[in-house]
Design a protein around this ligand. Structure first.
Ligand code: NAD
Length: 247
């Protein structure tokens, strides 16, 4: 019997992560939904997706910046499903402040989650995939890590540039068995992203986007499931912008 595909998604309780979980559920994947603080949302999403799509799913609490928690999460996933086919490194934070108020503590925290956390989950899952001689890793980076600069979140931007570098090294390290790619979204209208922005700022940012609007979470999620699929079997080490066109 063909083995059921399994995907582990970090930060899957809300926002883009939840949209990614939904797209994989539609395709019949079994899900490992990681959360750190969004326990209620992650469990609710799990129940909805099991009921609606007849898949299997578990939630797993882990702060991805803490190695022992990552290790325990990956062990739980393997104990439950026996294998992992796809890893989506989606969890991320941004601590936006005026340049004058930037602190080393917040800079470190941002790097710990976005960069070290992505490394840790990739290492624990990647080593298992490599032994199985197959797998796909998709890192949710950002156009902020390429050419969109915001001094308010310079630590976030550096962490996302680091994720892109990590993508290239992981692709090399895990060749020829695991395809490792990054998606660099531009503005995506998730609740956390836009809740503190005033309308004038939103309008001025949307004006810089060729399509004159922010992206929707599902527009990122559909690229993730494509990259995970056999249709993307020769796409590796790539960084794909999904930003509506930006300048
Ligand atoms: P969000 O804040 O809505 O969701 C982020 C998720 O990550 C949450 O579930 C949060 O609990 C989880 N998380 C945070 N720290 C964690 C940790 N230490 N361990 C485990 N989980 C943790 O954000 P979003 O807008 O859905 O963004 C998702 C990803 O996409 C992030 O990596 C973000 O940087 C990236 N991104 C977002 C946008 C955007 O405009 N929304 C643009 C480019 C890139």
């Amino acid at each position: 019997m063909k083995k059921q595909k399994v995907v582990l998604i970090t930060g899957a309780g809300i926002g883009i992560g939840a949209a990614i979980a939904l797209e994989f559920a539609k395709k019949g994947y079994f899900l490992v939904l990681n959360y750190n603080t969004s326990e209620k949302e992650a469990n609710q999403l799990k129940d909805e997706l099991i009921n609606q799509y007849g898949i299997q799913a578990i939630t797993c609490k882990a702060d991805i910046s803490v190695e022992s928690e990552v290790q325990a999460m990956v062990e739980k996933a393997i104990q439950t499903f026996g294998h992992i086919d796809v890893l989506v490194n989606n969890a991320g934070i941004s601590i936006d402040t005026l340049y004058e108020e930037k602190t080393v503590e917040n800079f470190r925290k941002t790097l710990d989650v976005n960069l070290i956390g992505t490394f840790l989950v990739s290492k624990y899952v990647g080593d298992i995939m490599y032994d199985a001689k197959q797998g796909a890793i998709i890192n949710i980076a950002s156009t902020n890590g390429i050419d969109q600069y915001f001094p308010m979140c310079l630590d976030y931007d550096a962490s996302k540039a680091g994720m892109i570098s990590l993508t290239h090294n992981l692709a090399l390290q895990y060749a020829p068995y695991i395809r490792v790619n990054a998606i660099a979204p531009g503005w995506v209208a998730t609740e956390n992203e836009i809740k503190e922005l005033d309308q004038d700022y939103i309008t001025s940012e949307q004006d810089k986007i060729f399509l004159k609007r922010f992206g929707r979470p599902e527009e990122i999620a559909k690229v993730v499931t494509f990259l995970a699929s056999e249709d993307a079997s020769f796409i590796n080490n790539a960084v794909i912008r999904v930003d509506g066109g930006q300048r």
